[in-house]
Design a protein around this ligand. Structure first.
Ligand code: MN
Length: 233
């Protein structure tokens, strides 16, 4: 039913457990598409094969990205990393753009997208960005937390249909230098980048918040998912 959407997954070594949060599966299905989970197989043949199977890619949320992938030494404040997942997702993102597949990067996914095309991130906004707001929210996952301002003439701005929005927030890393070919389309009040997109592709969008956890009661969040699924046909 509908397009097939590949969702990247986390892998917990301790529990021998591969998973995305169920929100992703629900949000994709609710938007009229069929989710499939992409396990951590950091191998180019697997990347090529998965990108033949799917009509669109979601780079899901998760742990920190190993700083070696964006040319930095680890600072104190970097969290746990899982390099095999980083390597897989960077390869998936590159392959998806090569094939002109729609991509939605969420939280960690916006950062992976940016890194895959030559940008970098703050390893820990709390120690690296003066005056930063609290981005590790103290409210439930499906509650909004801080506001963002959207570029009205951007794709994201048009899809969401508002100039300002309150979103949820579960990150201590964020984009620092944006990759060539991408532009910033949303920021929180402290200047943290909360949304990016490309101009050269139909739908390659990254958001720092978690719309998949908001779709149940929030039509604006659902709009983003539905626009993504529509682009995957
Ligand atoms: Mn945030």
């Amino acid at each position: 039913m509908g397009p097939v959407i590949g969702v990247t997954t986390a892998h917990l070594e301790e529990e021998i457990n591969t998973y995305p949060r169920h929100y992703y599966v629900q949000a994709i299905y609710k938007s009229g598409a069929t989710p499939i989970l992409i396990p951590v197989i950091p191998d180019q043949d697997a990347v090529d094969h998965y990108m033949q199977i799917v009509d669109g890619l979601i780079l899901s949320g998760g742990t920190d990205v190993d700083p070696k992938y964006f040319g930095q030494e680890p600072i104190r404040g970097t969290g746990r990393v899982y390099p095999e997942r980083d390597s897989l997702e960077i390869a998936l993102a590159r392959k998806a753009l090569k094939l002109k597949l729609p991509v939605l990067g969420i939280c960690r996914g916006i950062q992976v997208l940016n890194i895959a095309f030559g940008g970098d991130i703050y390893q820990d906004i709390y120690s690296q960005v003066p005056g930063v707001l609290e981005h590790s929210q103290k409210a439930p996952r499906n509650s909004s937390w801080h506001s963002i301002e959207l570029l009205p003439e951007s794709k994201v701005g048009r899809i969401l249909g508002v100039k300002e929005l309150r979103v949820n927030s579960f990150h201590h890393q964020a984009i620092r230098n944006i990759a060539p070919g991408f532009r910033v389309v949303a920021r929180s009040r402290d200047g943290i980048i909360e949304g990016i997109e490309t101009e050269n592709h139909q739908f390659v969008i990254g958001v720092q918040w978690h719309p998949e956890a908001l779709v149940e009661d929030d039509d604006i969040a659902l709009n983003l998912f539905q626009a993504f699924i529509k682009a995957c046909y």
